[in-house]
Design a protein around this ligand. Structure first.
Ligand SMILES: Cc1cc2nc3c(=O)[nH]c(=O)nc-3n(C[C@H](O)[C@H](O)[C@H](O)COP(=O)(O)OP(=O)(O)OC[C@H]3O[C@@H](n4cnc5c(N)ncnc54)[C@H](O)[C@@H]3O)c2cc1C
Length: 388
């Protein structure tokens, strides 16, 4: 097969494997820096699909929840993930400021965290503490913030925290725009080709082998394969062997009339967002499940939380599964980003529940690595060899 050559050819030849949100942000930043980038993805382009592509990026809610992540911290959690998440949010602001079109799809409309009992209050307070430590805006209230309709949220809210700086992206148009931006900097994107192996000689990357028997030469290969790398690729890369797929689903319901969800609403067990006339909520999490079957029963299990969190909303909760995806989960829930294996091989995987939030900051780090520079110091704790 003849590949569309990247229009930029002065910098190193870079192949990015995977056009999920991580691969696209890596391609964008490497191309912006002058690299000759080709992105390869096994799936067809979304616009030509009747079914959703497999990438977790398409299944996601697109929340940019830098401090909300604290709701989920527990034993084994990476101790510096909250620092990275904060960098992730800042990086989205920089990216959106650089591209007016993106600002139509990515909004910073804030999040409202609700606690209904003592255990949740501890988690919600932890999110506020994180925001305070980073100098980010937050407000903490006994009960609901003033002005909110108590009939909608119910009387049982013990504590709430408002995080006005958090955001959310509309996933499909944002992914499309990220791809356009990468193309505008000279990258090319090849679809429906799977990379089955990274080629190397004298301990240096020389290119990739494809499922159709073809090959593409490269000086640098970036693996941004999420939880979807084929076994042949996993066998040759220790970092990919650290990952477990964690199946996740979003449920949806038509927005009840006169129901205004101006910000993301979260508890430690559920979140709600609005996309047009639809309310979506999620997400389920089943570590170890690697199938993409829609499972209405798992969504129905969230309905109790829907009613508990927004008791006045009167949702029509026919069990709609909006999306299914596989989160690439590392042993400590944090990404693996850095050099590994032969010279020229870089991995950017394992973003778990935070792949959207961390995509632009990962792209900037990988672009630095691709040009031979160390990424920002915050990345020192997220190298792929930390589990060795
Ligand atoms: C239900 C759900 C809700 C979520 N909500 C959020 C959220 O609100 N906020 C947030 O920050 N994160 C969220 N996430 C997590 C986020 O979606 C993931 O962390 C993120 O999508 C990972 O991006 P990725 O690019 O690494 O992988 P993916 O998006 O899975 O993309 C990987 C791509 O690589 C391609 N690929 C793999 N191997 C090869 C190969 N060998 N050759 C060619 N192509 C290959 C695949 O076809 C795929 O397109 C959610 C996830 C799920 C499932």
């Amino acid at each position: 097969m003849a590949f569309p050559a990247p229009r930029r050819s002065s910098g190193p030849r870079v192949v990015v494997v995977g056009a999920g949100v991580i691969g696209l942000c890596c391609a964008l930043e490497i191309a912006r820096g002058g690299g000759a980038v080709t992105v390869i993805d096994a799936d067809a382009a979304p616009a030509s699909l009747r079914i959703a592509p497999r990438a977790a990026a398409f299944a996601a809610a697109g929340m940019l929840g830098a401090f909300s992540e604290a709701l989920h911290e527990g034993p084994g959690h990476h101790r510096r993930l909250s620092d990275l998440c904060w960098e992730g949010l800042k990086s989205w602001r920089t990216l959106v400021a650089s591209d007016p079109e993106l600002s139509g799809f990515v909004r910073f409309n804030g999040a409202l965290l609700l606690a209904h009992d003592e255990a949740d209050a501890a988690r919600v307070s932890r999110a506020a503490d994180r925001a305070k430590r980073h100098g980010a805006p937050y407000e903490k209230f006994e009960g609901l913030p003033p002005g909110l309709d108590g009939r909608l949220y119910g009387a049982k809210v013990k504590l709430s925290v408002r995080l006005p700086g958090e955001g959310a992206a509309s996933v499909e148009p944002t992914l499309a725009r990220l791809a356009e931006m990468a193309l505008s900097f000279g990258a090319s994107i090849v679809r429906e080709r799977e990379v089955v192996e990274v080629a190397a000689s004298n301990d240096r990357v020389s290119g990739v082998h494809l499922d159709d028997g073809g090959a593409l030469p490269a000086d640098i290969v970036v693996l941004a394969t999420g939880a979807l790398a084929p076994a042949s690729l996993v066998a040759g890369c220790v970092a990919l062997q650290r990952l477990t797929p964690a199946k996740g689903m979003l449920g949806g319901a038509p927005a009840p009339q006169a129901f205004d969800l101006a910000e993301t609403v979260r508890t430690p067990r559920i979140y709600f967002g609005r996309e047009g006339e639809q309310i979506f909520f999620g997400a389920t999490s089943e570590p170890g499940r690697a199938d993409l079957d829609a499972d209405p029963e798992a969504i129905a299990a969230l309905h109790l939380e829907v009613r508990r969190t927004l008791p006045g909303a009167r949702f029509d909760l026919a069990t709609t599964v909006l999306s299914v995806g596989l989160r690439p989960l590392s042993p400590d829930g944090a990404p693996l980003v850095g050099r590994t294996g032969p010279d020229g091989l870089i991995v950017a995987v394992g973003h778990g529940r935070n792949g959207w939030l961390l995509a632009p900051v990962t792209g900037v780090a990988v672009a630095a690595l691709a040009s031979g520079v160390d990424p920002a110091p915050v990345w020192r704790d997220f190298t792929p060899d930390r589990f060795a």
